[in-house]
Design a protein around this ligand. Structure first.
Ligand SMILES: O=P(O)(O)OC[C@H]1O[C@H](O)[C@H](O)[C@@H](O)[C@@H]1O
Length: 556
């Protein structure tokens, strides 16, 4: 390839286009008739996860061609460079070292002359000390009462990861500790926060200000309201402002200066590094709410599970490498079968926020159209990704999956075992039955998506409106159980999948310049809204919307 040629110019890409043409009329159901080795050919296990890609619309030959593409696109070298801490984030000229956050304490990783592991473990120790204090009932508010509610104020990567994991591991809350509830407020309109402020006791509420940059207006405006609420209730002669700041605020950021400026005391600052991307940051100090909710031991298990996936990613051959295979299935669907929508469907209530989490991880990372050398990508990149708990989605948008006009790729995710720990026999039996029902639905849906009408034998002829075309590809991911460790490997699996796809598409998954312009314009628009000046310079639609708001304000 010449310097400027994009990957679609490579013979490996062209071979896939020809192959896709030959596959165009092949229905998924026929692929299963071609071989009785399809499941062993297309399923792999690693780190407590079982990945079944046999319901993808591909053949062994397809996978071989995709693996060839991965090789010419430099995936093996890319993996090495990522894990070694090289500057893979080109536009910001820095490494992307989320994997360093889950290295064991006795590991070493020299990044530009410095071993980063000791710093990572110093932070984990400081987190552990904070968590111990909460769980012992020794973290006291300004009036001396033990803290009972910890509210994370953050957005994007400083919210979605901790929120998703805290929810997913709700069964792992330690017993016999001073009870501390963890809550999340992200919305800039203050709705979530306002709800907490009406219900919580300021004397026993602590806020964690989570923001890598410590400049995000959403978080800072929530923080200001929270601070004002605390000061209003706690500083009327009964204490002083410094005490409230010390006992009711923790800061987590890559900018200690900004935390100090805001008033976070040094002892309550947890720092992380510029080389940890926001949406990849739940593994370090941004994970503090997780550790408060489930305890430090479980948090360390989460890291260990992710690390196991990192080792698999580093060492497994490409054809057995789960993140690589998952990425290649996505590339095949987007670039060669023209399937540009991807649904994430967990069959496990505790994974309620998993789809939202992946929406940021995948679309903010790979929603790009400029290659690393500055060209416009002549091919599609990240598909539109959305999802919801599978069983609920069955009653909502599955209609489109089965009979709509959009081709969609689906990821079904479920634990094989559930509810083993329920003590009461009768309740356990019933809940296990519910779990079986859920798995049956999960497997039934992927079968119908694949086979269409044929999923039901001897069902007789059907009118068109009852016809299921099938032929929609899906991936099934089974976890042994949903534990801190398997959750860690699941998340790391998707992180690495995103990296592999980015490497093939030759885009940078670690920046997000596309969100900057909106922020700037919002600042200007806020000025117009507040000052009533400059509206005439805006477009007609925006002008009328703003004027409608002003009129509504006048009518109050
Ligand atoms: O952690 P912060 O610096 O507050 O950033 C929070 C979020 O906001 C930004 O706009 C980015 O799009 C996200 O990637 C980031 O996670």
């Amino acid at each position: 390839m010449t310097e400027t040629a994009t990957i679609d110019q490579h013979p490996a890409w062209k071979a896939l286009l020809d192959h896709a043409e030959a596959m165009r009329d092949v229905h998924l159901k026929d692929l299963f008739h071609e071989s009785d080795q399809r499941y062993p050919d297309f399923s792999r296990r690693a780190a407590g996860l079982m990945l079944d890609l046999s319901k993808q619309r591909w053949r062994r030959e397809t996978l071989d061609k995709l693996l060839a593409l991965a090789r010419v696109a430099g995936v093996p070298k890319g993996i090495e460079r990522l894990l070694a801490g090289e500057r893979v984030n080109l536009s910001e000229d820095r490494p992307a070292l989320h994997t360093a956050l889950r290295l064991p304490a006795d590991a070493h990783l020299n990044v530009e002359g410095e071993d980063v592991v000791p710093g990572v473990h110093r932070t984990l120790k400081r987190m552990a000390a904070m968590v111990d204090k909460f769980h012992a009932g020794q973290w006291r508010g300004a009036t001396g009462k033990a803290v009972t509610d910890v509210v994370n104020l953050g957005v994007g990567g400083s919210d979605l990861g901790p929120l998703m994991v805290t929810h997913a591991l709700a069964d792992y809350r330690p017993r016999d500790i001073h009870p501390v509830e963890v809550h999340f407020a992200s919305t800039m309109d203050g709705s979530q926060l306002a709800d907490y402020l009406t219900r919580f006791n300021p004397e026993t509420t602590l806020f964690v200000l989570s923001s890598k940059s410590f400049t995000t207006i959403d978080t800072l405006s929530n923080a200001r309201t929270a601070q004002d609420w605390l000061m209003g209730h706690l500083v009327n002669g009964r204490g002083d402002r410094d005490l409230v700041m010390r006992q009711h605020f923790i800061g987590v950021s890559a900018s200690p200066e900004k935390m100090s400026e805001w008033g976070i005391s040094d002892a309550n600052q947890l720092e992380f590094w510029e080389w940890v991307g926001g949406r990849y940051s739940l593994w370090g100090a941004i994970g503090l709410p997780i550790a408060v909710a489930v305890g430090m031991d479980n948090f360390r298990e989460l890291l260990a599970g992710a690390h196991e996936m990192d080792r698999h990613f580093a060492n497994a051959a490409l054809e057995d490498n789960l993140p690589v295979l998952l990425a290649l299935a996505g590339i095949w669907n987007v670039n060669f079968l023209d399937i540009r929508a991807h649904s994430i469907l967990p069959y496990e209530g505790r994974l309620e926020f998993f789809a939202s989490y992946l929406e940021q991880l995948e679309m903010e990372s790979n929603g790009k159209s400029t290659t690393n050398s500055g060209q416009t990508t002549p091919y599609s990149t990240c598909p539109v990704l959305w999802g919801q708990l599978g069983p609920n989605a069955q009653h909502a948008f599955y209609q489109l999956l089965h009979q709509g006009t959009q081709p969609v790729e689906c990821d079904f995710i479920a634990p094989m075992r559930r509810y083993d720990r329920i003590e009461d026999d009768a309740t356990r039996a019933l809940l296990k039955e519910q779990h079986r029902l859920t798995l049956a639905n999960c497997f039934a849906q992927s079968r119908v998506l694949m086979l269409g009408d044929e999923a039901i034998e001897d069902d007789g002829p059907r009118p068109n409106h009852k016809h299921y075309r099938g032929n929609q590809p899906s991936t099934t991911l089974l976890l042994d159980r949903l534990t801190p460790s398997t959750l860690g490997s699941l998340v790391a699996l998707y992180e690495h999948k995103v990296f592999v796809q980015a490497t093939i598409w030759d885009i940078n998954p670690f920046d997000q310049w596309g969100v900057e312009l909106g922020k700037k314009i919002a600042t200007q628009t806020e000025r117009v809204l507040a000052s009533h000046e400059g509206v005439e310079a805006l477009d007609e639609s925006s002008r009328h919307l703003i004027e409608a708001v002003w009129r509504a304000e006048e009518q109050r």
